[in-house]
Design a protein around this ligand. Structure first.
Ligand code: DGL
Length: 251
């Protein structure tokens, strides 16, 4: 347990704003842990890159993350998790958690499952193994070429029509948001398909609690939430908007 000792510090990383959805959930579930959000916004999208290209970019960021001596790092990017989490875990000594498309709970609901993810995630061995593991034979997988970039560029003024124009036109009984950027447009996507949507956000935040060994953290929000790399102004604003929308829902 970390009560009464110095607060642990955790780094969360994504190409751009998408991982702020996961940062927000981690901050809610671990109100006394300090967080630093690392992003590479000016080089989004990562979702069209090969494993080698991803490793080059991500390793640059992880060199910076390692200097902060974190208690753990969270890769809040399905693409990087699918393509290079093994590389990162082999190279760095601190615990590194990842996020995967929530195929299991969606498939368990039965019916037609539609998985939306980046081209690089869809091509990865890790994703193919995930589909096989949950015998997702009825699953339709669509690699969305432009959706993450659209959300990254337009987050502060997201248009329903803009997001919908980039969604595949299929019917579905469940939809998996296999990219953290899509989670920021969840309401639009959910109302377009009119069915339950799934993502790995909550499960990954719970996993972080387990890794840190924290089960009884009640109290205020994280003492420090910092933003490093990329467009820190935009990242902070997206985070503050999520905070505000939660305060409106839970005054
Ligand atoms: N947010 C990332 C993911 O979860 C990728 C977005 C991008 O293409 O940069 O896959």
């Amino acid at each position: 347990m970390v009560n009464n000792v110095q607060n642990p510090s955790v780094c969360v990383f994504d190409s751009g704003i998408g991982g702020i959805s996961l940062l927000f959930e981690c901050v809610r579930k671990l109100p006394r842990v300090d967080f630093t959000y690392f992003a590479d916004n000016f080089r989004v999208p990562y979702g069209n890159l090969s494993r080698e290209e991803l490793i080059c970019r991500v390793d640059e960021v992880f060199e910076e993350i390692a200097k902060t001596n974190p208690a753990a790092a969270v890769v809040a990017c399905n693409t990087v998790t699918a393509q290079c989490i093994d590389f990162l875990r082999n190279k760095y000594e601190f615990p590194i958690l990842g996020i995967q498309p929530a195929v299991k709970p969606a498939v368990e609901c039965g019916g037609k499952c539609l998985v939306l993810a980046t081209p690089s995630t869809v091509k990865s061995e890790a994703f193919k193994n995930l589909l096989e593991k949950y015998s997702a034979s009825k699953t339709r997988v669509v690699a969305c070429e432009k959706l993450a970039y659209y959300i990254e560029q337009n987050i502060l003024n997201l248009s329903k029509e803009g997001v919908e124009s980039l969604l595949p036109k299929y019917g579905a009984d469940t939809v998996v948001l296999g990219c953290t950027h899509y989670v920021l447009a969840e309401k639009i996507i959910q109302s377009y398909y009119n069915c339950p949507v799934f993502d790995g956000i909550s499960g990954t935040a719970d996993h972080l609690k387990e890794v840190l060994g924290i089960f009884d953290h009640h109290g205020q929000r994280a003492q420090k939430i910092a933003f490093s790399g990329g467009d820190t102004y935009k990242n902070r604003k997206v985070f503050n908007n999520l905070l505000r929308s939660e305060e409106v829902l839970n005054p």
